[in-house]
Ligand binder design. Structure first.
Ligand code: ADP
Ligand code: MG
Length: 248
């Protein structure tokens, strides 16, 4: 049994339940301007993500994985192509609608965690709700929110670190806190950009097992990008990003 093997990998493609398309990207193109030159990064990406799956996108450094994940998560706009989430086109929404779509339905984690250094673990997890809600709404719901944040922190194994600040946590603990924060608004899809990229092998394996368990027990669809084949091996399905396109 390797570190990344998990028990009971779900028979996603057994055909017992019809697969529901959650996210679909078609013909995605994106270039960056470098001086006078346009440097194409995504050159017609087609990708389908089904509800309930853990999908890994692998590709070499510089192949455009982060760019693709940002575009899928509406943090960046494609030059061409369309992205649909649960049947709704999301790449051309008005900015305010796009913000609330992202806050309500997507969670994101990154290689470097991006926790706020002045806040405790618990406060970091609550931060998205503070940003989302009016002061009045947050105040009315604060006990429920706090209980939910504590439940999530227990679930990711950080129940004993509620009052710690990021600098007092290990890398693995910081990623666990970032995962709890990503889940506080109950997203349907988690986008993970090299979530184990800054962790040693054992700790990376633990984070992968946590993501696997959230996928299986919390009905969370996950799209993860990584350059690490052994990390990707824990996914239901692996696709490769190369030359700006997805090669199955
Ligand atoms: P990966 O995550 O697979 O390492 P990225 O999506 O970060 O790849 O980057 C893909 C390519 O696009 C790289 O060549 C990178 O230098 C370039 N790139 C990424 N972001 C920008 C940017 N904001 N401006 C210009 N070039 C960028
Ligand atoms: Mg990257």
């Amino acid at each position: 049994m390797t570190l990344l093997e998990t028990s009971g990998r779900r028979a996603m493609h057994s055909g017992l339940t019809p697969e529901k398309l959650l996210l679909s990207a078609r013909g995605i193109r994106k270039s960056y301007r470098k001086g006078p030159a346009e440097v194409p990064v995504l050159r017609g990406v087609d990708l389908q993500v089904y509800q309930g799956e853990l999908l890994a996108i692998i590709g070499q450094s510089g192949s455009g994985k982060s760019t693709l994940l940002h575009v899928l998560g509406t943090l960046d706009a494609p030059d061409e192509g369309e992205i649909h989430f649960d049947g709704q086109r999301i790449d051309r929404m008005a900015p305010l609608l796009q913000d609330s779509f992202r806050n309500q339905r997507l969670g994101m984690i990154f290689q470097f965690y991006h926790l706020l250094p002045e806040l405790t673990t618990l406060e970091n997890v609550l931060a998205p709700l503070m940003i989302r809600d009016s002061v009045w709404r947050y105040w009315r719901n604060r006990r429920r929110y706090r209980a939910e944040a504590e439940r999530l922190l227990e679930m990711v194994g950080l129940g004993h670190r509620l009052k710690h600040r990021p600098r007092e946590l290990s890398g693995g603990e910081m990623q666990r806190a970032a995962i709890a924060r990503a889940l506080i608004a109950r997203p349907e899809l988690l986008l993970a950009d090299e979530p184990t990229g800054n962790l040693d092998r054992n700790t990376g394996g633990e984070i992968m097992r946590l993501l696997r368990s959230l996928n299986e027990h919390e009905n969370l669809t996950i799209v993860m990008v990584t350059h690490d084949q052994s990390i990707a091996a824990a996914a239901d399905r692996i696709v490769r990003l190369a030359d700006g396109r997805i090669a199955a």
